[in-house]
Design a protein around this ligand. Sequence first.
Ligand code: CA
Length: 220
Amino acid sequence: MRILIVEDEPVLAGQIRKVLSGQGLAVDLVTDGVEAYRAASARAHDMILLDLGLPKMDGMKVIRALRADSIDTPVMVLSARNDWADRVAGLDAGADDYVTKPFRMEELLARVRALLRRKAADQNAVLTRGDLVYDSRTNIVTVDGETVNLTANEIAILSYLFRNQGRLVSGAELARFIYANDFNLRSNTIAVFVNRLRKKLGSDLIKTVRGRGYVIKSGK
Ligand code: CA
């Protein structure tokens, strides 16, 4: 994990660097807005801690410039501006979190961890295979940018196979998952659902291993 710190107050910058390094995080430190934009564009960071009042380029402008370039690195704003309007403007500009100075290092660390976790969860939430994109947060499936309408059972099967990608899942296991409280396991119904999914999503996504079950291959 690599974090970019943008802070022009040397004492505070040094403290933040020390605390984050102590957590095993790699840290880059820059002290003005132009350097921040350059550093964030030049290499991938997992997060940017960004002061707003910066020499050369205001922090808000840095966020807008990065978002305009489609650089979506999570940004946590560190600012003495405790004004409600500034906070909203920061979030509107594309910041992901906002910490008001002065803050305790424990709070900063907790929020950094939370944002890194959120980022990891977001990356795992969207699954792609070729032209197909499945967003497990919204349960929206698109193929080649077109939304595909799926029934609740079809979504349940797709999400279960994606969560177990790379593993052969039997029809009975899928039936147990879908009809959690139903004693009559209907694995032949599962075959019907899977066939519908293959018709809607293309025949390559879900492999059928005759008599044994179904699998979505891992990888892209
Ligand atoms: Ca400052």
